[in-house]
Design a protein around this ligand. Structure first.
Ligand SMILES: Nc1ncnc2c1ncn2[C@@H]1O[C@H](COP(=O)(O)OP(=O)(O)OP(=O)(O)O)[C@@H](O)[C@H]1O
Ligand SMILES: [Mg+2]
Length: 359
């Protein structure tokens, strides 16, 4: 089986509202898939259809090789689910809740006890196994919810924002667990708004917006595409217009030379800009003005008494020249790094594009 999940024009309508709109998505078997999208984009609705909690209005999906409409019982045997809102019995203890799940899947008494012990240890909640859910903290409940979802060793585990509200240590326990499960051959579907979490864990990412798939690729590839788009987006005319509007820049003797470089690079599709964060122990307004007056510098923002962000045309050796200028002016650089597009930038670009003109 190549795909753990394959949706075919999967659609969910609530009255006239299309919560999920003809979704075509393929998730590789044994991968960790990050499912992203703004609030209300349709992630939970999609997951509810894939886990056979609700029926699609039209279209369908194959989960673990089974059709969700034709074989929901087979699908249920293959999947585990940690819902967005913890759904455990408040009056029962942690152990009793996991036991109920084991009974649902018809596990034998012997196997049940050993497996529950293992799972409660695995998610680090064994110490509170006899505590009632109603008396547990959010993070503790989440751990029980994860243990319950794993009782029947599902091939595919759906996690709908599982680390929301967890402290950094508990979050890491869950991340380690996700990686461990995946190494043991489980496919993970992870809904999350935490870009760090997604980059750290996921092999592939899908961004859904207004019920439709807006982007799908590896996190690295999505970021690389954002760099390419930025390059294409910064045409030579807009660059020159901006340069010429700065009267001080026109006085710079190297301006014509720079114009030629930008024009040449534009033909070759190489023009782009970059953000560089620089820390200096002796940063002052004079130095900032000097940097600002450099012809290839677009913008300088002071973030902190010792740090600036410089937006620069990334042409020829403009970054080298910037650093040389700082050193010539006795600037003492203590740290420097470039800011490439992050997954969050990709998310913003992909989801804001589609939102334009709606509402
Ligand atoms: N039972 C329902 N009846 C009517 N509309 C619903 C129902 N469930 C969800 N919706 C609507 O469908 C859209 C998608 O909701 P969904 O819960 O799938 O979003 P989500 O991507 O999971 O968002 P979040 O990041 O906030 O969890 C929303 O506009 C929501 O209001
Ligand atoms: Mg949701």
């Amino acid at each position: 089986m190549k795909y753990a999940i394959k949706t075919i024009d999967l659609t969910k309508k609530y009255k006239d509202f299309l919560a999920v709109n003809g979704l075509n998505l393929k998730v590789d078997n044994k991968s960790i898939f990050g499912f992203l999208g703004p609030n209300g984009a349709g992630k939970t609705t999609t997951i509810k259809m894939l886990t056979c909690l609700i029926q699609p209005t039209s279209g369908t999906a194959e989960v673990a090789g089974y059709d969700i409409k034709k074989s929901p019982n087979e699908v249920r045997q293959k999947i585990g689910m940690v819902p967005q809102l913890v759904s455990l019995y408040k009056d029962l203890t942690a152990r009793e809740n996991v036991e109920l799940c084991a009974d649902y899947y018809g596990m034998s008494e012997d196997l049940k006890d050993t497996r529950i012990d293992e799972l409660l240890e695995l998610v680090d909640i064994k110490y509170a196994e006899n505590k009632q859910i109603g008396q547990m903290s959010g993070g503790q409940k989440q751990k029980v919810s994860v243990a319950a979802s794993l009782i029947h060793r599902p091939d595919i585990l759906f996690l709908d924002e599982p680390t929301i509200g967890l402290d950094p240590t508990t979050k890491r326990i869950l991340w380690d667990l996700i990686e461990e499960l995946n190494e043991n051959g489980h496919t993970i579907i992870l809904c999350s708004h935490d870009m760090y979490e997604v980059e750290k864990l996921c092999d592939t990412v899908g961004i859904i917006n207004q019920g439709q798939l807006a982007a799908f690729d590896t996190p690295q590839e999505l970021k690389d595409q954002a760099i390419d788009q930025k390059k294409r987006g910064s045409g030579v005319n807009s660059i020159l217009r901006e340069l010429e509007s700065e009267s001080t820049l026109n006085k710079d003797p190297s301006f014509d030379e720079l114009k030629n470089v930008i024009a040449k690079d534009e033909i070759e599709g190489k023009v782009d800009s970059k953000e560089i964060s620089i820390m200096m122990s002796n940063l002052d307004e004079k130095l900032i003005d000097t940097i600002r007056s450099l012809p290839y510098v677009l913008k300088v923002t002071k973030d902190h008494s010792e740090r600036i962000t410089v937006s620069i045309y990334n042409v020829e050796d403009s970054i080298n020249k910037l650093i040389a200028t700082i050193i010539e002016n006795n600037g003492k650089i203590t740290s420097i790094h470039t800011k490439d597009p992050s997954l969050e930038d990709v998310f913003m670009a992909v989801t804001s594009k589609k939102n334009k003109g709606v509402e």
